[in-house]
Design a binder for this molecule. Structure first.
Ligand code: A3P
Length: 290
């Protein structure tokens, strides 16, 4: 096992890494011309930053109150991946409002998004928790290379040699170009600290006014414990296709600061050095206690 990712699991294209079994470079290029509707909503994240959590919140806000036959539909179908269309959904003819999730960097998303059409919700998470969550997920996912040695995974992460590329470039790109988009920035940590407040913030951004009872329902169904037992939200149905049976759960711990249980002092210092070097000018914008 070396620093270089195996081509069986990762292909490099336009500065980042994709999963070759799920997408081709040509498809990624075509997405730039994907036609946007004003009512579209995109959840944008670097992997392991709370994507599914936010997908679930959106799905609860948009669908749950209405009971329009989507009760038993999986999150991955309610808020599908833009670049990984694993269920072959017809995105072009999908009824509005279309909800999508994506890990793409700002420069590869549909061009029209930059005209501030449609809404973008960006969720960021303390990168030390991201790398630890990602490490565990890599051995759980059948589509990613299992890397048993955390130190090697850490080095690949810091070098941007993981699916979706460099965490540093991802957040820098989206943050410094935020004025080009109609964007709401959130953090995993604020969602943990004040889920209700964050759901309210999302509702305001989307112009969806829920009554108290509806809001309670969204918050209740978006907690970690509730999602863990919700078959539409916990990804258990992905076993075999995306996740390896019996290797653990997609909803693993759902906590802030779990990196302290995995990283050694030396690894944490190594991370800090790279973080400080790459994020020098931006570090004051992100208030993680790392
Ligand atoms: P951990 O591995 O630290 O537990 P993504 O969806 O972007 O892949 O992110 C996955 C991470 O989000 C996992 O982190 C998962 O447990 C966490 N997560 C998912 N739903 C959550 C919830 N309702 N509350 C807290 N964390 C949640």
């Amino acid at each position: 096992l070396t620093m270089e990712p195996s081509e069986e699991f990762l292909i490099q294209h336009k500065g980042i890494y994709f999963q070759p079994h799920l997408v081709t470079p040509e498809y990624i290029d075509l997405l730039e011309d994907f036609e946007i509707r004003d009512s579209d909503v995109f959840v944008v994240t670097f992997p392991k930053s709370g994507t599914v959590w936010t997908q679930n919140i959106l799905s609860l806000i948009y669908h749950e109150g209405h009971r329009d036959g989507t009760e038993n539909v999986q999150i991955a179908d309610r808020v599908p991946w833009l670049e990984y269309n694993i269920h072959n959904i017809d995105y072009v003819h999908r009824p509005s409002p279309r909800l999508f999730a994506t890990h793409l960097p700002y420069y590869l998303v549909p061009r029209d998004l930059r005209n501030r059409r449609a809404k973008v919700i960006y969720v960021a998470r303390n990168p030390k928790d991201v790398v630890v969550s990602y490490f565990h997920f890599s051995s759980l996912s059948v589509l990613l290379e299992t890397i048993p040695d955390f130190n090697i995974f850490l080095e690949r992460f810091l070098a941007g040699k993981v699916l979706a590329g460099s965490w540093f470039n991802h957040i820098r790109g989206w943050y410094t170009h935020k004025d080009d988009f109609n964007i709401l920035f959130l953090t995993y940590e604020e969602m943990k600290k004040d889920l209700r407040g964050t759901v309210l913030k999302i509702c305001r951004f989307l112009g969806k006014l829920l009554n108290e009872k509806e809001l309670d329902t969204v918050v209740e169904n978006a907690t970690f414990d509730k999602m863990k037992t919700d078959p539409r939200a916990n990804y258990n149905s992905m076993e075999g296709k995306l996740l390896e049976r019996g290797k653990g759960h997609f909803l693993r711990k759902g906590t802030v600061g779990d990196w302290k249980n995995t990283m050694t002092v030396a690894q944490s210092e190594r991370f800090d050095n790279v973080f400080n070097e790459k994020m020098k000018d931006l570090s004051s914008k992100f208030t993680w206690d790392i």
